[in-house]
Ligand binder design. Structure first.
Ligand SMILES: NC(=O)c1ccc[n+]([C@@H]2O[C@H](COP(=O)([O-])OP(=O)(O)OC[C@H]3O[C@@H](n4cnc5c(N)ncnc54)[C@H](O)[C@@H]3O)[C@@H](O)[C@H]2O)c1
Length: 331
């Protein structure tokens, strides 16, 4: 149970990601997990039991339990409507990525959050992962990335079962690449145009994509993503090029800073007690609770969420247009 400074939360979508957030949330003594909702009653019941919560079926049920905040961990296409309903019910919202599968839903959420007084945080967990924190610390300390080369791959697209169903997922890049769009914007600068080439190779949707991004300040970024690369590490790698200096990260647990004077600098390795910590879920959930309690603003804002969705939209528009550079919508 929460004390006087606690937050009563609910979660909707008791699948893989929902269970990870429950694991993260139960480590925060300020949190009371009151309800877990899922359209599949058995999933709600099993997940709710693990945290001593009430199984439910919908956001309305969670609101009836008196929760102040809700975690939305549903398949992508259901995010928009449920987030809007939660905001309408006066709930603070933590939303898993992507923000939505249509720009229109994204715009609705953006307007609703901007004109309301509820906390909204997007689930870009990599901002708390140690390898990306290492890069960001160097950028904050004065390293200027003039250009970058990034990749993020999946071994296959078999799970979740709806991954290759565009009507539910939105497309391959709505799942994984969206994380690195946020990393590029966070580390290099907002993405202004995208030129993308795509290929359907092993699945019926675009699963091989190469892009050229232009970030603010005319900074070029080469970005590739593949959905059938085997699970060999590193699945993701970011290289930031500075003034005769290089910042590089591989996956979430190692990074390196080299300079002209020290080209052989050692890799830094960042061990974590478990995956939920390494991937940043524990810290991002704590940051959301801080924001709900008014201790700090949410670190990943609705504007950040919308920017990543706008980049996705521009990237698919560019593929459809044969690779021309498409401006990233700002609203
Ligand atoms: N940040 C990350 O690292 C990360 C990792 C994996 C997934 N995700 C995101 O988390 C979300 C969930 O992904 P997942 O892999 O857990 O999916 P999943 O399929 O494992 O779980 C989704 C759950 O939602 C339930 N559900 C579906 N429609 C519903 C509805 N209308 N109302 C209530 N419940 C409903 C399903 O029964 C299922 O239990 C996705 O948006 C995905 O992009 C984020």
């Amino acid at each position: 149970m929460t004390g006087p400074v606690g937050v009563k939360v609910g979660l909707i979508g008791a699948g893989t990601m929902g269970r990870r957030h429950l694991d993260a949330l139960r480590r925060d003594p300020r949190v009371e997990i009151a309800g877990v909702a899922d359209v599949v009653a058995a999933s709600a019941r099993t997940a709710a039991e693990t945290v001593g919560a009430r199984p439910c079926g919908s956001v309305a049920d969670l609101a009836d339990l008196g929760v102040q905040a809700v975690f939305v961990t549903l398949p992508n296409a259901f995010h928009g409507a449920v987030v809007l309903e939660a905001l309408d019910r006066g709930l603070h919202v933590f939303e898993e990525k992507p923000m939505a599968t249509t720009l229109e839903d994204g715009r609705r959420i953006l307007r609703r959050v901007r004109t309301g007084n509820r906390v909204y945080q997007m689930g870009f967990n990599r901002r708390w992962a140690p390898s990306y924190q290492f890069l960001r610390r160097h950028v904050d300390a004065g390293f200027t990335p003039f250009s970058a080369n990034v990749k993020i791959n999946d071994g296959d697209m078999l799970t979740p079962t709806w991954y290759t169903n565009i009507a539910i997922s939105g497309g391959f890049m709505y799942d994984t690449a969206v994380h690195l769009f946020d990393m590029v914007a966070w580390l290099v600068g907002p993405i202004e145009t995208v030129a993308a080439l795509g290929r359907r190779s092993c699945y019926p949707i675009y699963d091989d994509i190469a892009m050229l991004l232009r970030c603010r300040g005319d900074r070029p970024v080469a970005f590739t993503t593949c959905g059938h690369a085997s699970w060999a590490a590193p699945q993701e790698r970011v290289e930031l090029y500075g003034d005769h200096a290089l910042l590089v990260s591989e996956d979430l647990d190692r990074a390196r800073y080299t300079t002209r004077e020290e080209p052989q600098a050692e890799w830094q390795r960042f061990p974590s007690p478990d995956q939920v910590t390494l991937w940043g879920y524990v810290d991002e959930d704590r940051a959301f609770i801080d924001a709900v309690l008014g201790l700090a603003p949410p670190p990943v804002t609705v504007d950040d969420a919308f920017h990543s969705l706008a980049v996705l939209d521009a990237a698919y528009a560019s593929i459809a247009a044969g690779g021309v550079a498409v401006p990233v919508p700002t609203l």
